[in-house]
Write a protein of this length. Structure first.
Length: 154
């Protein structure tokens, strides 16, 4: 790769689709962060709250699975949200080893801002694409996700 850089060649020329997906994901997250700025949330934290608002209290392990996260990342996110007074953690009354996460009443004040941020993100992402084109894009992204999902056993 160093030789390609020195020679002025594109070091990513052999992986254009992967590079495009990477750039798109990074840009999407950056725009989401900008739109969420007024809520005080970081990208990903709003997903936790949206899940809790929609489904009610959840086991930590279920949040990890639902949001396709890993336990350490989710635990850090929950700790930050708890410190901000937006969620509480408690032991399950059925099994003290199980952690239950619940959105607080204070978190509800963020709900309109989160909804507005996600609506704006969707508008910006879709742009002027027709409904048919949006369906095509969803199918293409689903296909890519399926390809990568089959690589789980790496």
């Amino acid at each position: 790769m160093a030789d390609r850089l020195r020679s002025g060649q594109d070091p990513f020329a052999d992986t254009p689709l992967s590079q495009a997906v990477f750039r798109l994901a990074r840009l999407h997250k950056s725009v989401a962060a900008q739109l969420l700025r007024d809520t005080g949330l970081r990208p990903g934290q709003e997903l936790v709250l949206m899940t809790l608002w929609a489904a009610g209290p959840q086991r930590l392990v279920d949040l990890v699975q639902t949001l396709d996260s890993d336990a350490p990342t989710m635990t850090r996110s929950i700790a930050r949200l708890e410190k901000a007074g937006l969620v509480t953690r408690s032991a399950s009354p059925l099994d003290g080893r199980v952690v239950i996460v619940q959105a607080t009443e204070a978190s509800l004040s963020l709900r309109p801002g989160v909804a507005a941020a996600w609506a704006a993100l969707e508008r910006l992402t879709v742009g002027a694409a027709s409904p048919q084109r949006q369906t095509e894009l969803l199918h293409a992204l689903s296909e890519l996700e399926s390809h990568l999902g089959s690589a789980d056993d790496l």
